[in-house]
Structures are given as structure tokens and as C-alpha cells.
Design a protein around this ligand. Structure first.
Ligand code: 6GU
Length: 238
């Protein structure tokens, strides 16, 4: 997979040289390139922003450098604009993106990028506007980092242990069950007996129950809606 990141803060992406994505690069699974948007400016001050038409607070990223950048690196790619007004990033989207040959992250700053850049990008490649969640970051760089890490670890041949991909949170639509390791007693706290029982069926049932309980408490939105049919099923009538 090839990933290009276009940003005015290339140093923000330095962590991609470490840990998981770094390993993927060493294994030859990932060709990652970070570009400074300012290389595609032409004025002495290397300007990337200007005041918004129609007025209002803050600055908008100018179209010209973005147009040159996308023309240079994004032909045929899936172009991901990181923005708080995008679709929410999920494990499902990570899986989808991990199947694409070439991703380009366009990291927005300030109040956003001139809309014509996004419209133009749709003629260069396939556009996705993606948000990390319902809160505001100063720019899209941290989102590009997070999305890259979530995507790269799904590349075939990346994970040593493919089972840990199947069992983890969100893959089955539930949060992960609590986990324990040695010692069996720590500061007076015991590991649940069932995990020491060696009864694999009971262990699997306990973990499933814990995952459902956790999900119901923390993320009820992840559970199937309990409508009339579900309520009837719960009452064991019907
Ligand atoms: Cl992708 N960008 C910014 N600036 N803020 C965000 C975000 C992205 N996702 C959540 N908040």
C-alpha cells in the first residue's frame, strides 16, 4: 500500500516512522511519504491560507497549493480529507481503506479547505471526508496518524497473530471483555475463577457475557435496537 500525507506540519507525522507503521515499512508492505504543502506555494511568504469570502472568524486554506499537491501525488488514489465535518471513522471504514492500493491524506488546518479543492479532488481520485469523532482538533494531522495506524495494522502479512485481529474490540460489534494475566492474586484482587478453570466453553460464554454487559453499559448505541420484536423475545412470548 502507498500512503501520501499532505500537511503544513510534516513533523507532526514523525511518529509514523515508529512502532506499527514503521514495522510495515520495514517489511515492505507500506510506502509512506509525507509532503509539506508549502512546497506547492509560489509566493515569497509561502502562503497557504486567506480570509473567508462572506466574512466570519478564522482563515481558510487557499485552493492553489492544494490543487498542485493533489495533481502531483493523488492521481487515481482514495483521497481522505480529515475534517470534523466528515463521516465518522470506524473499524468498518479502516477495513475498507486497508483494501485500497493508494491513500492520500489531505490534512486541513484553520477553518477548513476551500470547497473547490474537495470538488476538484473528486475528479483526480475518490474523495472521503472523515472525522475522528465529535470533538474539535486544531488540524487533521492527528486524525491522519490515527487512521493510518488503524489501517496499516490490517494489511495482510502485517500482524504476526491474525487471531488477535478477529478477537479485538469492534470487529464483532462488541467492546472487548476484561483481560487478566499472572499473578492470580494481586494486592488482594483475584482473577475470576472461570478463567483458571480450563473449561474453554465456559470461558468463551463468560467472555461473551462480559463483552455484552460492557457494551450495554458503555456503548448501548452499538447493540441492536431493542424494538417491539426484541422486547417480545425478551418476554419469551411470540
Ligand atoms: Cl479529522 N480534524 C479536526 N480538525 N478535528 C477533528 C477531526 C478531524 N476529527 C475530530 N475532530
Amino acid at each position: 500500500m502507498r500512503i501520501d500525507v499532505v500537511t503544513i506540519f510534516p513533523d507532526y507525522l514523525a511518529p509514523l516512522d515508529l512502532s506499527l507503521p514503521g514495522k510495515a515499512r520495514d517489511k515492505g508492505l507500506l510506502d509512506l511519504r509525507v509532503h509539506d504543502l508549502r512546497q506547492w506555494t509560489t509566493d515569497r511568504h509561502r502562503t497557504v491560507d486567506d480570509t473567508p469570502y462572506g466574512g466570519g472568524a478564522g482563515m481558510v486554506m487557499k485552493p492553489e497549493p492544494w490543487g498542485e499537491a493533489l495533481d502531483a501525488v493523488a492521481g487515481g488514489a482514495t483521497i481522505v480529507f480529515t475534517t470534523p465535518s466528515g463521516e465518522p471513522f470506524t473499524q468498518r471504514l479502516a477495513e475498507e481503506l486497508s483494501g485500497h492500493e493508494h491513500l492520500v491524506f489531505a490534512c486541513g488546518r484553520y477553518e477548513g479547505i476551500d470547497q473547490r479543492v474537495i470538488d476538484h479532488a473528486a475528479t483526480v481520485g475518490t474523495v472521503r471526508e472523515v472525522s475522528l469523532g465529535d470533538y474539535v482538533l486544531n488540524g487533521g494531522e492527528v486524525a491522519a496518524l490515527a487512521i493510518t495506524e488503524a489501517v496499516v495494522r490490517l494489511l495482510p502479512g502485517f500482524m504476526g497473530n491474525a487471531e488477535s485481529l478477529v478477537e479485538e474490540s469492534h470487529t464483532d460489534g462488541l467492546l472487548e471483555y476484561p483481560v487478566y494475566t499472572k499473578p492470580a492474586t494481586w494486592r488482594g484482587r483475584e482473577v475470576p475463577d472461570v478463567l483458571l478453570s480450563g473449561d474453554h466453553a465456559r470461558i468463551a460464554a463468560w467472555r461473551r457475557e462480559q463483552a455484552e454487559h460492557r457494551t450495554a453499559l458503555r456503548r448501548p448505541d452499538l447493540l441492536p435496537a431493542t424494538g417491539a420484536v426484541g422486547a417480545l423475545a425478551d418476554l419469551d412470548v411470540r
